[in-house]
Design a protein around this ligand. Structure first.
Ligand code: MAN
Length: 211
C-alpha cells in the first residue's frame, strides 16, 4: 500500500508515542531499560527492597531493646537512668572515667590511646568497711552495691583489665578513689544519687541508719 511520506511520518510518530505511553504505564516492557523489566515490576521490586530494609531496621532495634532488657540495671532498674552518663577524675598519670552501664576507661594525661578497663557485666553486693570523710565522701560500712566490669583491654603478662565500681549515696556523681588492687584489676569508689533512691526504697536490704 502506498502512503504519502507525510502520512507515514505521522503514523510512525503516533506509534512511538503509544509505545512510550505503554512503557510508562508498565504495560509494555522497555527493552532498552535495565534487565528489560517493566516499570511496574521494578517499582514493585523497589517497594519490596525498601520494605525489607525497614524490616531489618526494626529487627535491629528489637534486638537492641532486647539486649537492653537483658542488661542488669540493678534492683527495680534504678540504674537504667544512669546509662551512658560518664564521670571522670585525675589520678597519677591518668584520667579515669566511668560511663555507667557501659565501661571504665583509663586515659593517659600525656596523650595517647585510651585503655578500656572493662565492660559492664552485672551488679553485685559487696560488704565494705571504709571511712567517710567529714565532707560525706566515702563508702562507709555495710553492704553496698558494686558494678562489675570485665574483659577490658588485655594486660601485658596479665589478665584482661577489669574494674569493680563500688557505689555509695552522694549528692552528685563523683569518683572518690581509684586503686589498682593487682596488676590491671581496678577498684573505684564512686558517689551517686542513684543509690540513695534505691536505699530509701529499701530495695538493697541496707538498713537506713547506715546512711
Ligand atoms: C598501663 C596501665 C596500668 C597497668 C599497666 C600494665 O600502664 O594500664 O594501670 O598496670 O599498663 O602493663
Amino acid at each position: 500500500m502506498y502512503l504519502p511520506q507525510l502520512a507515514r511520518e505521522w503514523i510512525d510518530q503516533k506509534l512511538r508515542e503509544l509505545r512510550v505511553t505503554l512503557i510508562e504505564n508498565g504495560i509494555l516492557a522497555d527493552l532498552k531499560a535495565e534487565g528489560s523489566e517493566s516499570s511496574a515490576v521494578s517499582d514493585a521490586r523497589n517497594r519490596l527492597k525498601s520494605a525489607q530494609d525497614d524490616l531489618n531496621n526494626d529487627r535491629n532495634s528489637v534486638n537492641t531493646h532486647r539486649e537492653d532488657l537483658d542488661k542488669d540495671y540493678g534492683p527495680d532498674d534504678v540504674f537504667r537512668a544512669l546509662k551512658g552518663q560518664c564521670i571522670s577524675t585525675d589520678s597519677g598519670e591518668y584520667t579515669y572515667e566511668v560511663c555507667f552501664m557501659e565501661r571504665t576507661t583509663q586515659k593517659p594525661k600525656k596523650g595517647g590511646g585510651n585503655t578500656n578497663m572493662g565492660n559492664y557485666v552485672r551488679m553485685e553486693r559487696i560488704i565494705v568497711d571504709e571511712d567517710v570523710s567529714s565532707d560525706g565522701k566515702g563508702l562507709g560500712s555495710g553492704e553496698r552495691i558494686a558494678m562489675k566490669h570485665e574483659n577490658g583491654q588485655h594486660c601485658w603478662n596479665g589478665p584482661n583489665r577489669s574494674t569493680t565500681v563500688i557505689l555509695a549515696c552522694a549528692e552528685k556523681g563523683e569518683i572518690w578513689k581509684i586503686f589498682e588492687e593487682e596488676k590491671c584489676v581496678y577498684r573505684m569508689e564512686v558517689g551517686t544519687p542513684a543509690v540513695c533512691e534505691a536505699l530509701k526504697d529499701s530495695k538493697l536490704g541496707v538498713a537506713r541508719d547506715e546512711l
